[in-house]
Design a protein around this ligand. Structure first.
Ligand SMILES: Cc1cc2nc3c(=O)[nH]c(=O)nc-3n(C[C@H](O)[C@H](O)[C@H](O)COP(=O)(O)OP(=O)(O)OC[C@H]3O[C@@H](n4cnc5c(N)ncnc54)[C@H](O)[C@@H]3O)c2cc1C
Length: 248
């Protein structure tokens, strides 16, 4: 049984057609960066709900989610239609294992692979101090279809300025050509060895942990490629090198 916190939308940002970030004010909600909550709405006299990752850092005084309107979807079209002042409900028990306390101590290089709105939990993690203190290198590979869908790009530019020797940002835009992104899929780049070559960083089980978030196709394909390199799926009983969260 979910216990709900009542929240009010305080900001709604539209990045482009069908892509939004929504800030919600609730009573304090402790969570670990990388976790998700259940978002609820009152609709036709019943509560409907779906999980969404938290984009904000735990210290922020609001909750932020980043989502797209899935055409024909049951929930996302209703949520993205709401505006400032409207009510939404947030589950008071965030969960999920895409968090740094799941990453083994000996890791030197932390890799994030995200498609679309799957970038959300990684922004939350990057806006805390822990990754910058723990890891020698942090690499974000972020893939979208079109230039306008690359949300939060300014946040990454700011991190590149702040941590020039530690942070690497690899934007992938699959369906458009632009000088400041790679026109390819993350998995194509990973499979060909071009990803490690461009970065001059080896992705090995000895040094790396990879977190993947977004659509299942990318996660399944990338996981298989990582396994060929000797990395293993992580779970608490058998620590490994790959942590995933599939959105659909
Ligand atoms: C742990 C977890 C965390 C999640 N966090 C986020 C998040 O932070 N942001 C986010 O946008 N979504 C997130 N999702 C997906 C989200 O919960 C919903 O499934 C999504 O918003 C679609 O809901 P819907 O009811 O509108 O569509 P549904 O009726 O559930 O789905 C309709 C169709 O759309 C497909 N679909 C589902 N999600 C997407 C998507 N994002 N893009 C394209 N097609 C999709 C489904 O496979 C299905 O075929 C998360 C899912 C999980 C399991």
């Amino acid at each position: 049984m979910i216990t709900w916190l009542e929240g009010k939308i305080v900001e709604r940002k539209r990045w482009c057609d069908d892509l939004y970030s929504i800030k919600i004010k609730t009573e304090p909600l402790p969570f670990i960066a990388g976790q998700f909550v259940i978002v609820g709405l009152d609709h036709d006299n019943e509560k409907i709900q779906k999980p969404y990752s938290l984009v904000n850092a735990p210290a922020d005084e609001f909750v932020e989610i980043h989502l797209n309107t899935v055409q024909g979807g049951k929930f996302s079209p209703l949520l993205t239609e709401l505006d400032q002042g409207d009510t939404v409900y947030i589950s008071n028990r965030p969960s999920g294992l895409l968090t740094l306390n799941e990453v083994p101590e000996e890791v030197h290089h932390l890799w994030f692979f995200a498609t679309g709105t799957g970038i959300g939990p990684f922004i939350s993690i990057l806006n805390t101090e822990e990754p910058w203190q723990r890891f020698e290198k942090i690499i974000v590979c972020y893939s979208v279809k079109k230039v306008e869908e690359m949300a939060y790009r300014e946040d990454f530019e700011a991190l590149l300025k702040r941590y020039p020797n530690k942070f690497h940002f690899m934007p992938f835009i699959t369906r458009e050509s632009t000088p400041d992104a790679i026109q390819s899929r993350i998995t194509t780049f990973l499979g060909s060895g071009e990803l490690e070559k461009r970065l001059s960083i080896a992705l090995t089980p000895e040094s790396s942990h990879v977190m993947l978030c977004g659509n299942s196709a990318m996660i399944v394909e990338a996981t298989a490629l990582l396994q060929q390199k000797g990395l293993r799926l992580h779970n608490r009983r058998e620590p490994g090198h790959i942590s995933t969260e599939k959105y659909f």
